[in-house]
Write a protein of this length. Structure first.
Length: 76
């Protein structure tokens, strides 16, 4: 089976509980303790373009939308 998301395959395996248990054991994604995917935007959930400075924890797009409310000024 070639699925981009392992949960799609579970529809076929629900009728066979022993095979489903084995499938989940070997094919579910592992829990990550470090890396880029742990740092998500708190507002929209994006992974990329993440700003952690000053404890913002949001992507740059959300930062641009909420910067004035947070007290940042735009100098140009």
């Amino acid at each position: 089976m070639t699925y981009s998301d392992y949960r799609k395959a579970l529809k076929q395996l629900r009728a066979k509980p022993s095979k489903m248990k084995k499938y989940l054991k070997h094919n579910s994604p592992k829990e990550r303790k470090t890396g880029v995917t742990l740092r998500r935007c708190e507002r929209c959930g994006r992974v990329r373009a993440h700003i952690r400075k000053y404890g913002l924890n949001m992507c740059r797009q959300c930062f641009r939308e909420t910067a004035l409310e947070l007290g940042f000024k735009k100098y140009s």
